[in-house]
Design a binder for this molecule. Sequence first.
Ligand code: NAG
Ligand code: NAG
Length: 353
Amino acid sequence: MARGTPTALLLLVLLIHSFGRHHLIDASSTTIINHGVIRQPLSSTIVSAFREAPAFRNADECPHGDRVHVAMTLDANYLRGTMASVLSILQHTSCPENVSFHFLAARSEPYILSAIRSTFPYLDFHVYQFDSSLVRDRISRSVRLALDQPLNYARIYLADTLPLGVSRIIYLDSDVIVVDDIRALWEVDLAGRVVAAPEYCHANFTKYFTDAFWTHPALSRTFLGRRPCYFNTGVMVIDVQRWRAGGYTRMLEFWMMVQKQRIRIYQLGSLPPFLLVLAGNIKAVDHRWNQHGLGGDNLEGRCRNLHPGPISLLHWSGKGKPWLRLDSKKPCSVDHLWAPYDLYKSSSSSLEE
Ligand SMILES: *[C@@H]1O[C@H](CO)[C@@H](O)[C@H](O)[C@H]1NC(C)=O
Ligand SMILES: *[C@@H]1O[C@H](CO)[C@@H](O)[C@H](O)[C@H]1NC(C)=O
């Protein structure tokens, strides 16, 4: 992605002005102006790459004084996924005007912001710069390169990042499609817990950690007194105040430090620290809210079918992403459920000439 032209800086400044309060992307970042060569920005291609979504209006019965806050990461590589997720949320909620989006981005890429603004002209959104240096030294290599991107760890820092007024947040990965009213997930009773998410107690929990972990006398006691179950961190409802008060970010960082500096205790990316701190202590949500694994396994991304039962959220976790498989003309059958939310217009524009 091109960055660092005077035009980019100007655009960024304009964006910050027009977006108001919480747009914390650092406009003074010198990396933006010290880029000697003026390169042709990719802005025009990215900004015009997506169709404009329709304006979604509230139904009559929308409550006053209750906004739904959704957090996602924002990255050029997953932008198509993010756009589709946002569209799916707006399309299926009865109160689309009362949903606010909080995007965490690793770099200030004004083109991405204007792409969102032009695709969703009515969207209430805020962008925060996630400081990758917070985690860079804490990340250890996992089984899949994509899991090692600093932005993948941004969810650990949500509570430090969001404005104080946001006391609850729904965190979503960029490869989800919501096919139900997000408000139903928002209103889940956390019953004093910090995180709510679908829980999978039949999954083999042992395999998320190494033998070195389970045979270590002190480490293996971590789960003593709780019944840990796997949960997927791509869909979480978080009580931000409780998270802050309980110092959960520091607890997760502790385990990342153990992994990095002491002993290799897991193979995946940002998931295991969440399991170490929270598994067995979360509020279980109906499985309909995370039909996960549709991207296939972590190594090859083989096709997978839907699990039986009602579905409110589809999640292409795993290696394969629906937009890539559709583009390669080798989609899995579940990818056709993603396609209706695709706002990317390359395929249609190639037909125009
Ligand atoms: C929700 O949207 C309605 C418009 O339908 C608006 O009047 C109300 O103030 C909004 N509530 C909040 C908390 O944003
Ligand atoms: C769970 O996984 C571990 C480690 O891969 C394995 O040793 C164990 O037999 C599995 N347990 C079950 C019940 O499948």
